[in-house]
Design a protein around this ligand. Structure first.
Ligand code: F6P
Length: 366
């Protein structure tokens, strides 16, 4: 046993993170010459004095694949390139601590790093790799919006949770002849909304990629109520916006937060529909972080385990500067710069959009 891997989980949590950690630990144990350590709260554990680390032994990781969250904890305020530091006068500045991070990782005797995270975390991986760190990435986000992989673990669990909630809303919508709006996550892309709308059988699905026209939504509701007392179920992604409007959210208020906090489009839509004469009663439910919590579904446990094993293989083979990816039903790897490039959006002619339209789902555009 003479080589050491450091594992980090960064950004928002996601069901399946623990399954990746466990898989890396198990795969490493079999080789007998690697030991695995975790940095607590992304790379903040390394930047702390003294460092906050967890040795990922077989005992520590046994059975964790069924648990949501991450035993290493996480943060979205830990970007080492723009690290929040408080000044003596109480004000905050952002400083680049990336070289210091690389130096500390080397000084602690780590031979390689596996960084599990979304697009922001993989941009950090790329920057650290350029500074000479032996690093590989593993992608995660419930939003499923990373361009370099067909799927991310956590997404199937989020869709399952959202669909179960949607099923419950249908029965109450039907009983009260109401319009129910369910807001789901998806800041850049509407994958959770689209999948939930098809699985749940929504009447209307609103996603960031297809800006909606309020009049089209009013027409659809009107049609559903024309023959008597109807009901309507709408799924809306947090990043959806009207044709001539903007996303609803608020600027990040705490220092170090990466982006604006979305949320509120469901209620905005309810108010707009009411103001424009929609007669049926309308209720809004915002699922929020419920979608990120709890036990991962079987598929996500399998995908996360496969990604953990692949990440360890990349380390063992010395193939650094790469990110694990799921493409054409295979777990492969892609260069980190490809992974850091950006988001995967729903094309308006995506086959699932066509399937949704064929089953009568309106995107509020026609
Ligand atoms: O994980 C991605 C995501 O779920 C987005 O859909 C959402 O906007 C964001 O995380 C919210 O994360 P947090 O509340 O942790 O900042």
């Amino acid at each position: 046993m003479n080589k050491k891997i450091l594992v980090s989980t960064g950004g928002g949590d996601c069901p399946g993170l623990n399954a990746v950690i466990r898989a890396i630990s198990k795969a490493a144990k079999r080789t007998k010459d690697w030991e695995v350590w975790g940095s607590m709260e992304a790379f903040n554990g390394i930047l702390s004095d003294p460092p906050e680390l967890m040795k990922l032994t077989g005992k520590k990781t046994a059975g964790i694949h069924v648990k949501g969250g991450t035993i290493l904890k996480t943060t979205n305020k830990g970007n080492p390139l723009k690290f929040p530091m408080q000044q003596t006068d109480g004000s905050w500045i952002k400083v680049d601590r990336s070289q210091e991070l690389v130096d500390r990782i080397h000084a602690l005797g780590f031979n390689a790093v596996i960084n599990i995270g979304g697009d922001g975390s993989q941009r950090i991986s790329q920057a650290l790799h350029e500074k000479g760190l032996n690093i590989v990435g593993a992608p995660k986000t419930i939003d499923n919006d990373l361009s370099a992989t067909d799927l991310t673990f956590g997404f199937s669990t989020a869709v399952q949770i959202a669909t179960e909630c949607f099923d419950k809303l249908i029965t109450t919508a039907e009983s009260h002849h109401r319009v129910m709006i369910m807001e789901v996550m998806g800041r850049h892309a509407g994958w959770i909304a689209l999948h939930t709308a098809i699985a749940g059988g929504a009447e209307i699905c609103l996603i960031p990629e297809i800006p909606f026209d309020l009049n089209k939504i009013l027409d659809k509701i009107e049609t559903r109520y024309r023959k008597g007392k109807g009901f309507v179920n709408i799924v809306i992604a947090e990043g959806a916006k009207p044709k001539d409007g903007n996303v609803i959210g608020r600027q990040a208020v705490s220092i170090g937060d990466q982006h604006i906090k979305l949320g509120g489009i469901g209620n905005y839509l309810r108010l707009q529909l009411e103001e424009h004469g929609c007669k049926p009663q309308i209720r809004t439910t915002t699922l929020g972080h419920i979608q990120r919590g709890g036990t991962p579904v079987a598929f996500d446990r399998i995908l996360a385990t496969a990604m953990g094993v692949k990440a360890f293989e990349l380390v063992k083979e010395g193939r650094f500067g790469r990110m694990v990816s799921y493409k054409n039903n295979q777990v492969v790897s892609v260069p980190l710069e490809e992974a850091a490039k950006g988001n995967k959006f729903i094309s308006p002619d995506d086959y699932l959009v066509n399937i949704a339209r064929s089953t009568g789902i309106s995107f509020g555009d026609e």
